[in-house]
Design a protein around this ligand. Structure first.
Ligand SMILES: Cc1cc2nc3c(=O)[nH]c(=O)nc-3n(C[C@H](O)[C@H](O)[C@H](O)COP(=O)(O)O)c2cc1C
Length: 353
């Protein structure tokens, strides 16, 4: 299959990135993609939040925003899928073009701006799965025209609590005005207080994670660490795309928006390790940003991740990537002195500080 995707990729890359993405989702939905035939190696299992992740590698938010193909993505060999971001009301997002390939950098820039079919559509899609097995996290966002952004998150929490495996609060998209300021100390405290009140009324609250930007300073990370612990948040996803621009080769490098893919690896992994240190390894972290192969996935685990996610590398490497990475992780684990993925988490934090 890697060979087949390599043949197909030049054709796909002739189409605008959003058209190619639509094609990928359609192919997944119609079962045109390969199926992970054998169950993946048991040592890759991660037991977290009372959920048994078959392996630590998930699909990051944004790939399947409207829950069109979560089961097909699981069949590719991913251990879990995070769908969304989903906004309360449907909204179109920013004008096109708003997604760009930076091929020479193995990166993407997007300024989609939360194009979403909305909560009601997502609820019916999730319900139509009919309780099929598989871990599906729901990533919630806010509408661009919302008069009370915090209320949008509270609404997302109540809406998806019963049907999501976990909920991720995305306050780090660079493409919705005012959103990232929710990461500041005062605004985050207010958000977490209101979320806390809403959660206390839920019968069985699901694990709740916060997704943050890689562009935060160490001081800002320190504030976030204190607040998430104080408000009993169950984990942090590090990180979303960056508005910074490390040295890039592609002509599209200065397009406004969030940069993802290989050039994000170093920045997002440093922030991950820093947050692991600030929380003394007590808080589960999901490491995302520039994972492209087994080695980068392994490094994320060593830098403090309990689980890993990717998006951009799927565009460049194709549908066999999950299985390739999982096979590489299983090999590394077998040659290490450890017995499980969870024992790898945090073993290389000092390399990144
Ligand atoms: C086209 C695109 C759309 C995205 N949409 C979302 C989104 O809706 N919500 C979110 O939390 N992250 C979104 N992300 C960020 C990814 O989930 C991930 O954090 C980021 O791309 C870094 O991972 P990567 O380097 O493996 O791509 C998006 C990324 C891309 C490339």
């Amino acid at each position: 299959m890697p060979g087949l995707y390599r043949l197909l990729r030049p054709l796909l890359f002739r189409a605008p990135p959003e058209t190619a993405h639509r094609f990928a989702i359609t192919a997944l939905k119609s079962g045109l993609c390969p199926v992970a035939a054998q169950p993946l190696e048991p040592p890759l299992q991660v037991n977290l939040y009372g959920l048994m992740f078959p392996n630590p590698l998930g699909v990051a938010a944004g790939f399947d925003k409207d829950i069109e193909a979560p089961d097909a993505l699981l069949r590719l060999g991913f251990g879990f899928v995070e769908v969304g971001s989903i906004t309360p009301l449907p909204q179109p997002g920013n004008p096109k073009p708003r997604l760009f390939r930076l091929e020479a950098d193995r990166a993407l820039i997007n300024r989609l701006g939360f194009n979403s079919a909305g909560h009601a559509n997502a609820v019916s899609r999730l319900r139509s799965r009919g309780g099929r097995p598989g871990i599906i996290g729901v990533n919630i966002g806010a509408n661009k025209e919302s008069s009370d952004i915090v209320a949008d998150y509270v609404q997302g929490l109540s809406c998806f609590n019963d049907i999501a495996s976990y909920i991720a609060i995305n306050i780090s998209s660079p493409n919705t005005p005012g959103l990232r300021s929710l990461q500041s100390k005062a605004e985050l405290r207010h958000l977490l207080e209101r979320i806390g009140e809403a959660r206390s009324e839920l019968h069985r609250p699901k694990p709740l994670l916060l997704k943050i930007a890689p562009d935060l300073s160490d001081a800002e990370l320190d504030d976030i660490a204190g607040l998430v612990i104080a408000h009993s948040i169950d984990g942090v996803i590090v990180s979303n795309t960056t508005v910074s621009r490390p040295a890039l080769k592609s002509p599209r490098a200065s397009e406004p928006g969030g940069l993802s893919g290989a050039p994000l690896f170093e920045l997002s992994t440093r922030k991950l390790a820093r947050l692991y240190q600030l929380t003394s390894g007590r808080l589960p972290l999901i490491g995302v940003g520039g994972v492209t192969c087994a080695e980068t996935a392994w490094q994320k685990l060593r830098a403090g991740a309990s689980l890993i996610q990717l998006y951009s590398a799927l565009v460049y490497e194709g549908p066999s990537l999950a299985r390739t990475i999982c096979a590489g992780l299983a090999e590394r684990l077998a040659t290490s002195a450890k017995k499980s993925i969870s024992e790898i988490t945090g073993t290389g934090v000092s390399d990144w500080l």
